[in-house]
Design a binder for this molecule. Structure first.
Ligand code: CS2
Ligand code: MN
Length: 344
């Protein structure tokens, strides 16, 4: 296992020289943030990102994410050229010596939360989600009514997308996914890259949009579409684990045993009701998930890929990007590395 840490590039408040001071962290998870969605990611830029992390003693282990253009998910005529561009970005990753790619296939919205600073009992705060609040979110002015939402759509754009997906249905989305992965995964194989799809977060439909990467049946189907270690999963425990029907230890055992976990996001959440949860500190005792059991399952399967702490709380008065402060993620990294060492 390679312990990694997400870094949002030079605009990140948390600098690489701070990250390198977390003793267990060896790798960086990052992306190019200045390439328009759908364009090819240039080799030179990937190489210079890698050189920058290396200059700070850290390997660029994972690209998270190359965004998948909505036209690919919708199966528009332009999907063909957009998928070709995506393949070229994968080739450039391989040429630049980067071997893991995390991406997602969620329509319109990536991870979604209703509160970016939910108060926890100990005085810290974390992200939380409540279905009833999300369902009553005001989308009449596009995505402005959503907390923490960075990709913005105005009223007209959002309505167009919501309608288009309504027509598509989950089956249509699966078909478009199959077209995408059957083209990209062989290229990833050729260039020594493992792709790992990030599960939908939360793992159920929101705003009437289809969401397909939500449970064991979906993960089996994912593997069935194109069976290769290059077509795997980003095991995000806090995403899949938000649905109490997903037994995270069992799922980890199963897919790690099949060598289909390309990358792992390990974090805890507390389920407070159906469709309602808040994020917590990483340790088992703080939330609903058996983090120790999950780490044991990875260890037992001989997992050797990159793994990172995921969203952290805001503690010790830290201000910054919700979920992506330094302190609690660093605690998470140490906790996960400690478990791993104990299992040696
Ligand atoms: C991440 C996702 O911050 C997060 O929750 O896990 O945004 C993730 O980067 C994307 O879904 C991967 O494509
Ligand atoms: Mn995640």
């Amino acid at each position: 296992m390679i312990l990694t840490f997400r870094w949002y590039g030079n605009n990140d408040l948390i600098k690489l020289d701070y990250i390198r001071q977390i003793p267990v962290v060896k790798g960086i998870v990052s992306a190019l943030y200045d390439v328009a969605v759908g364009e090819v990611w240039p080799y030179e830029k990937l190489m210079s990102l890698r050189n920058e992390t290396k200059a700070n003693g850290l390997e660029l282990s994972v690209i998270e994410s190359i965004p998948v253009h909505e036209d690919i998910k919708l199966g528009k005529p332009s999907a063909k050229i957009l998928i070709e561009n995506y393949c070229e970005s994968i080739r450039n990753m391989g040429r630049a010596g980067i071997h893991t790619l995390c991406y997602n296939f969620m329509p319109v919205f990536d991870w979604t939360r209703s509160n970016m600073a939910f108060q926890l009992e100990d005085g810290s705060n974390a992200l939380s989600y409540d279905n009833s609040e999300i369902l009553s979110a005001d989308l009449s002015d596009g995505t402005k009514g959503l907390p923490g939402w960075s990709t913005s759509y105005n009223k007209k754009e959002l309505k167009f997308l919501l309608d288009a997906y309504k027509e598509l249905s989950p089956e249509g989305l699966w078909e478009n996914f199959a077209v995408f992965i059957k083209k990209t995964a062989p290229v990833a194989e050729e260039f020594g890259i493992k792709m790992g799809i990030h599960p939908d977060d939360p793992p159920w439909p929101i705003f009437g949009l289809p969401r397909i990467m939500t449970d064991e049946a979906a993960l089996d189907r994912l593997i069935g579409v194109y069976d290769s270690p290059s077509n795997g999963l980003t095991l995000c425990t806090g995403s899949l684990g938000a649905s109490s029907g997903n037994d995270m230890v069992k799922l980890t055992e199963k897919y790690a045993g099949m060598d289909r976990i390309s990358f792992a996001h390990v974090r805890n959440i507390r389920i407070t009701n159906t469709g309602q949860f808040n994020e917590t500190a990483h340790n088992t005792g703080s939330g609903s998930l058996d983090i120790l059991g999950i780490m044991k399952a990875l260890k037992k399967a001989g997992f050797s890929g990159p793994l990172r702490p995921d969203h952290g709380r805001m503690i010790w008065g830290e201000q910054g990007k919700p979920g992506y402060g330094l302190y609690d993620r660093a605690l998470g990294a140490m906790y996960l590395a400690g478990i791993w060492e104990g299992l040696e």
